[in-house]
Design a protein around this ligand. Structure first.
Ligand SMILES: [Mg+2]
Length: 377
């Protein structure tokens, strides 16, 4: 089997409402749909997130895709190593392993989709087999105000979701109000996690975590800036609340450094950071060897990434029971199956061949038109 074409198509899938996090706001998932066609008639799909600039990402993705033409999709790891060497070592002096992961992720997952479809097996079986029947997700509560966040949290808890997650890092008054109102809304028994997205220094983190502990917060995610593992380690050592290590980790090597430093009680990581499934599983295995759990991270993505990450997560015994879920923010998805609506906060392990989704071509066309219309204003 040979790869005959690789395309990267810009899409925009709008969110139902404005997405707020400590570093800014987002109004939709801007992605590149990766389509890999083969001479065997098998087509694989993946996606790259298009941040921070779609034209720049597209340029790199198309260059990497061209290197795959004529190759066997089952040479996935070798193709990605070659692409990394050509794009980011030979020409970029090894300066961008994190950005490289974002570029290669969509290609790598599309190759896995081809491989699974060719084998007639879900990708998790090619990775060694699932070690669980379901994957559990947290309920991500969003809103323009603390009151709206609390209302969303109440709805999610009412759907049977065990763990509720909110964004903080918006200022001390907002953060404490949101945490208090959410705790009141979800009652004493649900687990509550907050994510400060790098907005706190260690001294501020110590003060805020002490206050938030009063509201029964279970975990604080990435309180300090991503470029200092030392700061996160310092916070972790003094914190009465578990610490999640998110933006300090992109590569498997980052995870090795984090677990060696003891900087987090949980690794938070996704396919768009690691460069796809193979290196995500490698990172998960490193955490597993250190005795630390790993949680799926979500970005501005569609059901394609949810399904791809789901395949990788199924094989990890140290997967957390509250993974990041982003699909409820999408006004509509570009896959028609499976239904990604959470049932009591969980989705069954997907046993369809490949990454296990059906693309909705009408929705893809709509997302392509929306992306074009946004460019022309
Ligand atoms: Mg985070």
């Amino acid at each position: 089997m040979k790869i005959t074409s690789v395309t990267a198509s810009p899409l925009l899938v709008p969110y139902t409402s404005t997405y707020h996090w400590a570093q800014g706001v987002i109004n939709g998932a801007e992605v590149l749909l990766i389509t890999i066609e083969t001479d065997a008639g098998i087509t694989g799909y993946g996606e790259c997130i298009a941040t921070p600039n779609l034209a720049a990402v597209r340029g790199f993705v198309e260059q990497a895709g061209a290197l795959c033409l004529g190759a066997d999709p089952f040479d996935n790891a070798g193709l990605m190593a070659t692409a990394y060497q050509v794009l980011f070592q030979a020409l970029a002096t090894c300066s961008a392993p994190r950005f490289a992961g974002q570029i290669l992720a969509g290609l790598e997952m599309a190759l896995w989709d081809v491989m699974g479809k060719a084998a007639g097996r879900p990708v998790h079986q090619l990775l060694g087999g699932a070690v669980r029947d379901h994957i559990q997700y947290f309920g991500f509560a969003m809103g323009d105000t603390p009151e709206e966040v609390a209302t969303a949290a109440r709805d999610l808890a009412g759907q049977g979701i065990e763990t509720i997650y909110i964004k903080v890092g918006h200022g001390d008054a907002y953060d404490l109000a949101a945490t208090r109102l959410v705790r009141e809304a979800i009652g004493p028994d649900r687990r509550l996690r907050v994510d400060a997205n790098e907005k706190w220094t260690p001294i501020r983190a110590r003060r805020m975590i002490a206050e938030m502990a009063k509201f029964g917060v279970e975990m604080v995610e990435q309180p300090t800036p991503c470029d200092s593992l030392a700061a996160l380690t310092q916070v972790q050592r003094s914190s009465p609340v578990a610490i999640g290590a998110d933006q300090v980790n992109f590569t498997p090597e980052d995870v090795f450094r984090t677990v060696t430093a003891g900087a987090g009680d949980l690794i938070v990581l996704g396919l768009h950071e690691t460069g796809g499934i193979t290196r995500f599983v490698k990172a998960g295995r490193i955490a597993e060897a250190a005795g630390v759990d790993i949680c799926l991270h979500g970005l501005y993505e569609t059901g394609i990434t949810t399904c791809a990450a789901h395949q990788a997560a199924a094989v990890l015994p140290n997967l957390d029971d509250a993974n990041q879920y982003m699909n409820h923010f999408l006004k509509w998805d570009i896959i028609s199956a499976p239904d990604l609506t959470l049932q009591n906060g969980a989705l069954p392990v997907n046993t369809r061949p490949g990454l296990g989704f059906e693309l909705d071509l009408d929705a893809v066309a709509r997302a392509a038109e929306l992306w074009v219309s946004e460019q022309t204003g």
